[in-house]
Design a protein around this ligand. Structure first.
Ligand code: CP
Length: 308
């Protein structure tokens, strides 16, 4: 297969296993490009991309912009805080005005779940979801899968535990879809109040005990507590959360095998993960960030209709 079955990247849910494999194999080629002295290719020289960030971001925004520049695309950046959205303009009007300036691809982060799907039905452009509320973050899941595959050779039969605030996490949902499509087994671990009720319907088991979850897995993906999405208290205090679900070096070193530690960032050091774990040899956190550029190059290259 040399082209995607979708016109947009709205979520991992809409991708087939072949789509994901095509993105990951294309990303492998682009990673090779990124390790050359000249890190730029002319693949998207005639394409204009707008990055629309209605919500804060460091990694995803910069990673998309670098990926676009490495592919020689023309890039414009939009952030809601200093735009005419503040004057009452709707999302569709804002986007149609941007598209009138001959933009081909829109990368959008938005606080509302479903915002990217909504936009794909309303405007005439290719849409890439860079995170929509607590719904999906497809490029994060793809870069996570790429990073695991790079370390372990395959996802098939591997065991991944996602730890923490599963309820508010778009990273968790996209990872569950992506890892399962690639043949991995996924469990979640965290306070019962932060585990969604529908989790078993996704074929995901819950392991409430962090030590047991870590002994079971090959890879632990530690998530941040998303306080910005919590309007009530889901656990007594951050200190108690850390005691029950935080990963520290003593716990990591006491396991019967060496597991891989991941985190999508931003990290809250000392809450879900201690500094010595985040900076340890078992942590691939910065490799995830590095791989994000190659994965996003692959996504845009394939969506633009460029053949592999
Ligand atoms: N992982 C991630 O999405 O980070 P940012 O919020 O900084 O983009």
């Amino acid at each position: 297969m040399s082209s995607l079955s979708v016109n947009h990247l709205l979520g991992i849910k809409q991708l087939s296993k072949s789509d994901i494999e095509l993105i990951l194999s294309t990303a492998k080629n682009f990673k090779e490009v990124l390790n050359r002295p000249i890190k730029k290719v002319p693949s998207l020289r005639d394409i204009t991309v707008a990055n629309l960030f209605f919500e804060n971001s460091t990694r995803t925004r910069l990673s998309f912009e670098l990926a676009q520049k490495r592919l020689s695309a023309d890039v414009v950046n939009f952030s809601a805080s200093n735009s005419s959205v503040k004057k009452g303009e709707t999302l569709v009007d804002t986007v149609n005005n941007i598209l009138a300036m001959k933009v081909d691809i829109l990368v959008m982060r938005h606080a509302s779940p479903g915002a990217a799907i909504f936009l794909s039905r309303k405007v005439n452009a290719k849409i890439i979801n860079a995170g929509d509320g607590a719904h999906e973050h497809p490029t994060q899941a793809l870069l996570d899968a790429f990073s695991i595959q790079e370390k372990l050779g395959t996802l098939k039969g591997k065991k991944v535990v996602i730890v923490g605030d599963i309820l508010h996490s778009r990273v968790a949902l996209s990872n569950i879809f992506c890892l399962q499509k690639l043949g991995a087994e996924v469990k979640v671990c965290g306070p019962q109040t932060l585990i969604p009720k529908y989790i078993s319907a996704l074929g995901v088991a819950v392991e409430p005990d962090l030590r047991k979850a870590l002994e079971w897995c090959d890879v632990a993906n530690m998530l941040r507590i998303q306080l910005e999405r919590q309007d009530i208290k889901y656990f007594p205090s951050l200190r108690e959360y850390t005691m029950m679900y935080g990963l520290n070096k003593e716990l990591l070193d006491s396991l019967s095998k060496k597991i891989i530690v991941m985190h999508p960032g931003p990290i809250n050091r000392g809450v879900e993960i201690t500094s010595d774990v985040a900076d340890s040899k078992q942590s691939i956190i910065l490799e995830q960030v590095e791989n994000g550029v190659a994965v996003r190059m692959a996504v845009m290259f394939l969506l633009a209709g460029r053949q592999n």
